[in-house]
Design a protein around this ligand. Structure first.
Ligand code: BDR
Ligand code: CA
Length: 327
């Protein structure tokens, strides 16, 4: 058996982040070094506690480093402050949340580590004896701050796998995916840091959306992970239905766990292309994932900087999660 892959998981937990944490802990070939929390789906206090709750439920003592509570720049422009309006609604007095404030798990008995997440990245990566894979499935603030503190840490990053962005898909504005929109400046910094970057955008994750029938398959595994994954799929579909009653697709993409699975086995992705990608930083393009296609601009100055997955294989993804959650 080969060496395990060292992974740092950066999350804004979050329902689909929770599934990514479970997959990382359960994966027999992953050495999960740390979980770093960031504000995103919910404020930092919630995303940190939710990460700790999932780890506790799994009996895992992987350290959690609390990260940034605000985006790099966005928070200083009042009209750009994230809100969570699009992910909750009240129907007949009942609240529906795509990401509840706190996951329905026992409160964590332990706390996060003392070192803030960006300082952890710098400290750990400076000393690392072997390169580490970073799977980032929330806004990219922690990594951007760490790279600003010490860009040399790139040497010890073997790859950054990002759940974020979209070419033909968007979910926060007509042109922007949530993680990138929540901190576009950080995203632009990270995708140009010189590391090997694999982007798992909405174009890929929506191909793998799970239905209530899929949830039942997970539930039948009769393990904690199988049941909790099923509950989260049901919760997300119920919330989507309540928020968009006319939406015909009663399914939900578990975006973040796809990035985690892809970090270990890229064959779960389809149509992966090396592209030049930039992030829109202002006005209508804020948070948009901009792919340069005109050949005359693909010069040395505008080098291709990321591998971008335009599609993915749902059956492979589901089979891998079923394998991990059966353990
Ligand atoms: C991404 O945004 C968040 O709401 C999810 O956790 C996922 O990381 C999908 O756009
Ligand atoms: Ca997330």
């Amino acid at each position: 058996m080969g060496e395990k892959t060292k992974i740092i998981l950066d999350v804004d937990t979050g329902t689909d982040d929770a599934v990514a944490i479970m997959a990382a802990v359960k994966h027999p070939d992953i050495d999960l070094v740390a979980v770093c929390s960031v504000a995103g789906n919910k404020p930092l206090v919630n995303t940190t506690e939710n990460s700790l709750r999932v780890l506790q439920a799994l009996g895992s003592d992987v350290p959690v480093y609390r990260g940034c509570a605000q985006p790099l720049v966005k928070s200083i422009t009042p009209t750009r402050i994230p809100d969570h309006g699009g992910t909750m609604t009240i129907v007949d007095g009942k609240e529906y949340h795509v990401h509840p404030e706190y996951l329905d798990l026992p409160a964590s008995k332990r706390s996060f580590e003392e070192l803030p997440a960006p300082m952890f990245y710098v400290d750990y990566l400076r000393k690392a004896k072997e390169p580490v894979t970073i799977v980032a499935v929330g806004p990219l603030t922690n990594l951007a701050v760490a790279l600003l503190m010490d860009h040399d840490i790139v040497r010890n990053i073997s790859r950054i796998v990002i759940m974020g962005g979209g070419d033909r898909c968007a979910n926060r504005t007509p042109v922007a995916e949530f993680n990138i929109w929540a901190d576009p400046d950080a995203a632009q910094w990270v995708i140009h840091c010189g590391a090997d970057i694999l982007m798992v955008p909405l174009d890929a994750t929506v191909c793998t959306a799970f239905t209530k029938e899929d949830a039942e398959d997970f539930r039948r595994l009769d393990t904690f992970c199988g049941r909790f994954c099923a509950d989260l799929i049901d919760l997300r579909i119920d919330a989507d239905r309540a928020i968009n009653p006319t939406c015909p697709d009663y399914n939900t993409a578990i975006h973040d766990a796809l990035a985690l699975v892809a970090a270990m086995d890229e064959s779960v992705l389809r149509d992966v292309e090396q592209v030049r990608c930039d992030i829109g930083l202002a006005d209508f393009a804020e948070g948009a994932t901009l792919i340069t296609r005109s050949k005359e601009f693909l010069t040395d100055e505008f080098e291709k900087n990321v591998r971008f997955a335009f599609s993915a294989d749902k059956e492979r993804y589901k089979a891998e999660l079923m394998r991990l959650f059966a353990m």
